[in-house]
Design a protein around this ligand. Structure first.
Ligand code: CA
Length: 228
């Protein structure tokens, strides 16, 4: 899940970005309205955290411009001003929710989860294979009744494998789609294998029903009931 943070106050921005990253969201920071609007227009985000009091192009203006071009990305407005007009204006301009500063980070995270859940009723929010389950909103991973603790990279790998369930996934695909490496002098194969082995341990070790399989000379497949 990718979140755009449009916030000019360095301290608040830092706190938001690091808390989001700690929750394994991918956070992108824009420090003013122009940059925020540019980012939101050129990349796909799952949610936007928007400060209303921005230098130059203000938050309301950014919000109106986004909605004006048909962008339905959920927007959580942050406002320092306690004025009711601001909140009403924010909601009227297309915000999905708002928080008044100063806010507790835990509250921001809770609102984000709520918005991500309700934002896309048509979107798949969970991926499953046998008793393995990934919640795409909270990024919680479980196998049967036990919760698995994955590194961010292992999580991304697993999500990719699940999205391509029963399909062969090559190391080249993983390098491109998970590591975002377009071209590299040294292939990432060894790095990918290390992460894959560690992921496989967490997902499959000690269980009869293995889900992640190596296909020699080709790559990997996530499959219920064996590699063939
Ligand atoms: Ca501000």
């Amino acid at each position: 899940m990718k979140i755009l943070v449009i916030e000019d106050e360095a301290k608040v921005a830092r706190a938001l970005v690091s808390s989001l990253e700690a929750e394994h969201y991918q956070a992108v920071l824009a420090r003013n309205g122009e940059d925020g609007f540019f980012r939101a227009s050129s990349e796909k985000f799952d949610l936007v955290l928007l400060d209303l009091g921005l230098p130059g192009r203000g938050g309301i203006e950014v919000l109106k411009a986004l909605r004006g071009r048909g962008d339905a990305t959920p927007v959580l407005v942050l406002t320092a001003r306690d004025g009711i007009e601001d909140r009403v204006l924010g909601l009227d301009s297309g915000a999905d929710d708002y928080l008044v500063k100063p806010f507790a980070i835990a509250e921001v995270l809770a609102r984000i989860r709520a918005l991500l859940r309700r934002g896309r009723p048509d979107q798949v929010l969970r991926l499953k294979a046998a008793d393995l389950e990934v919640d795409l909103v909270t990024r919680k991973v479980s196998r049967g009744s036990s919760e698995l603790t994955l590194t961010p990279r292992e999580y991304d790998l697993l999500e990719y494998l699940l999205r391509h369930k029963d399909q062969l996934v090559s190391r080249g695909m993983l390098a491109r789609e998970v590591w975002k490496e377009v071209a590299r002098a040294t292939p990432l194969d060894n790095v990918i294998d290390v992460h894959m082995n560690s992921l496989r341990k967490k997902v499959d070790e000690g269980l009869a029903n293995k889900l992640i399989h190596t296909v020699r000379g080709v790559g990997f497949v996530l499959k219920e009931g064996g590699p063939s």
